[in-house]
Design a protein around this ligand. Sequence first.
Ligand SMILES: [Zn+2]
Length: 378
Amino acid sequence: MRRYERPVFSLIYRIVRDRALAEDLAQETFIKVLNGIRSYNPQFKFSSWIFKIANNAAIDHLRKKSLDTLSLDGSPSAQTPEQMRATSLQLGDHVVSSFIYMCGECRFCASGRPVLCTEQGKAVTTLPDGSVRTRDAKGNPLNIFSGCGVMAQYATMHVDNLVKIDPKIPFDRAALVGCAVTTGVGAVFNTARVVPGSSVAVFGCGGVGLNVVQGAALAGAGMIVAVDRVAQKLEWARRFGATHAVDARQGDPVAEVRALTGGKGVNYAFEVIGEPAVMRQAYDVLAKRGVCVVLGVTPPTAEVRVPALSLVFEERVLTGSIYGAGAPRVEIPKLIALYRAGKLLLDELLTRRYPFARINEAYAALERGEVARSVVTF
Ligand SMILES: [Zn+2]
């Protein structure tokens, strides 16, 4: 039986207890639990557990302007221990949400690369089984983005979209590992496989780019050149381990990066913006046998051109990396362990915290490039 056809264990996560904020989201499943109803769809065994959650993703709820308000009283009850043993998660576990859909059967899932699952994209706005269990007060289904849809107090999620974490890490720090840190550091470790003493250029030093910088520092790169158009981001990049900073507004960043390497070029270059012209710049700063890794996401029709001869005569590599190119259940706990060991900077990455009521300000600040990472707290 394919995973998405199996009984879905729906988990309800309690993020906060603030009732005023609860009015932003009406959860059909949550209401059912409040009423003591354990099963509402004969096709699915419905279990509800309450977990604390660190969440970082999904903005679809924000687009739903027509939500009627709903007050949620009391606490949903927990399941019996027998039922809880049905999954790898226990009541009270701390988790980070992962937006990776995994069928569990294809060769990529089977080989520990669920980010490349052949069924990826199958459930972009639903749970993995195709159902939508989140509804507004009128009963209209609400999309949940990538199996998470968790920028809300409550989320109904498939257990595959959750990664258990060390409970000692604060939630606002753990939330960062759900995407930006995993993507950036993972691209260095798992895609480029940066080796000690090598040279690295990072084009774009936002939330993900800074994690490429610190990943390269962790990997022991000897030279890490940060390239950005925002002075503040270059300053942050230095704090995360960049040895050099190039302001792309002044002069030609390709010429500057190559000059820093004595004309040889860098061993690894990362594009962390999603801009084909910048991808070309990242490719152009490579040394022979250099590897250019693209993390930036472009519109679907975007293309990038490179000189074909350089692929052959210089053995350059142009590749991409999605979500750290690893398995979330392996990568996320690993990164959290690095933070706990004092080797991964997360406190420094967390520029601001916003209450949910000020979330629009958070997005505006993000667009202005004022923050490395902000966290919406509940
Ligand atoms: Zn798969």
